[in-house]
Design a protein around this ligand. Structure first.
Ligand code: NAG
Ligand code: NAG
Ligand code: NAG
Length: 400
């Protein structure tokens, strides 16, 4: 028996005082920095201390070792409630009840290691953010069963795994952020609902197998940047008809697989920056061609070779980024199919001179060739071309 509990029962026997689970001792309620509306010397609940007026924001500050059952209840006049730097070591199931009125609830910078079953019950929250709890490693099954929450952030905790079906009952969930944790894998069926955006950036994922993301037809944005991903199954992103943005930057991908994104033909932004890709293979992106393609970002890879038909099929594109690679050959024919392109970034490569008709080479509104070892004849040729009407206002960035 914990010593406090023992003392409490002892005092109950001797002087008949109530045994109460005191969550709050010297805790403040604040509506802003330095704006304290109440100080709780010692109590089991914050309810009597809440101001009578509606509040946009209320933070509970000060140390709270344990949040006992029913300690934060009947919050009807606060829109955004925050538990901030409380060093909470344990949150008991049922600690939060009747949050009608609260739209957003944050629990940040505390010390609990586990989120227990039935912690959030059916609180009518839109947004729940449990972030920067650097010891939070475990989610119990049922910890997040809630049918109201639309946005959930679990970013910057220490989660190592997500239990199977942990988000399954969150039927209204639209945005899920699990960035900056320590996940090594994502279970299939990690979500059942109509999720729109997911963020798994900065975890320890090494591969994306078939069956995790594909067939989630509602997903519009997937962020997997900053992991250690080497392997992506050919079918991993198939048939994601709504997918518009995918971030795979800052990983360990060595090859572009032209079979990726089959049936995922609304993609607008494909980020592959800072990987270990060595080649743009034949028809690398032909699966994703659509009229609204905005960005293909291959900056900071180790690309040596671009297949002559690497970009075959692309007709309209916003930015094609190939900066900081090892490309030594660029030919006008590489973009033969392209009708419109805003930016072609070839800066920081090893190009001596682009080959072929300059009207084709420089068809982008803006072409960046800075930090390439352009030979003297090439420099002259580009200068002359710039002077001619044929350059038509197109911008070529060089170091001369
Ligand atoms: C809050 O109070 C501290 C100490 O009195 C003061 O240094 C600080 O400037 C105040 N901050 C704001 C935003 O008023
Ligand atoms: C909570 O964690 C912080 C940061 O790790 C630490 O400084 C603090 O002492 C911890 N508090 C308790 C009560 O364990
Ligand atoms: C895709 O990314 C762009 C640029 O960051 C952003 O403006 C847009 O809202 C994103 N779209 C979706 C569906 O997430």
């Amino acid at each position: 028996m914990p010593p406090l509990r023992f003392l409490c029962i002892l005092s109950l026997l001797i002087i008949g005082s109530q045994c109460r689970d005191v969550s709050f001792k010297n805790v403040k309620l604040q509506t802003g920095i330095n704006q304290t509306v109440a100080t709780i010397t010692e109590d089991t609940t914050i309810k009597p201390y809440l101001p009578n007026r509606p509040l946009d924001f209320l933070a509970i500050t000060g140390r709270i070792p344990v949040l006992y059952e029913n300690s934060i209840t009947d919050i009807t006049t606060v829109k955004y409630l925050s538990l901030w730097k409380n060093q909470i070591e344990e949150i008991r199931p049922g600690a939060f009840r009747n949050f009608d009125g609260v739209q957003r609830f944050d629990i940040s910078y505390s010390n609990f290691t586990t989120l227990k079953r039935n912690t959030f019950g059916d609180l009518k929250l839109k947004t729940l953010r449990i972030t920067f709890n650097h010891q939070l490693e475990t989610l119990e099954e049922g910890a997040l069963d809630n049918q109201h929450i639309e946005e959930l952030s679990l970013a910057s905790n220490a989660l190592k795994t997500l239990p199977k079906n942990v988000f399954k009952k969150m039927t209204n969930l639209r945005v899920l952020d699990v960035s900056a944790n320590a996940l090594t894998e994502i279970a299939p069926e990690f979500v059942g609902a109509n999720l729109v955006r997911v963020f798994f950036a900065y975890n320890k994922l090494t591969g994306i197998p078939d069956g995790i993301f594909n067939k989630h037809r509602s997903l519009q944005e997937v962020d997997l940047s900053g992991n250690q991903i080497m392997m992506i199954d050919s079918a991993a992103f198939d048939d994601m008809v709504q997918l518009k943005n995918i971030s795979l930057g800052i990983n360990k991908i060595t090859k572009i697989d032209r079979r990726w994104f089959r049936g995922t033909n609304n993609l607008r932004r494909v980020h592959l920056v800072r990987n270990d890709i060595e080649e743009v293979p034949d028809e690398a992106f032909s699966n994703i061609y659509n009229e609204n393609l905005e960005v293909i970002d291959l900056d900071e890879n180790s690309i040596k070779r671009v297949s002559p038909v690497g970009f075959k099929g692309l007709r309209k594109i916003g930015s094609l980024r190939l900066s900081i690679n090892n490309i030594d050959k660029w030919d006008a024919s590489f973009l033969a199919d392209v009708e419109n392109i805003d930016l072609l970034d070839l800066s920081s490569n090893r190009i001596g001179c682009p080959e072929g008709d300059f009207n084709q080479v420089f068809k982008a509104v803006s072409t960046d060739l800075k930090f390439n070892p352009l030979n003297p004849e090439c420099v002259e040729k580009i200068k002359n071309w710039k002077k001619l009407d044929s350059s038509n206002g197109h911008i070529i960035s060089t170091n001369f």
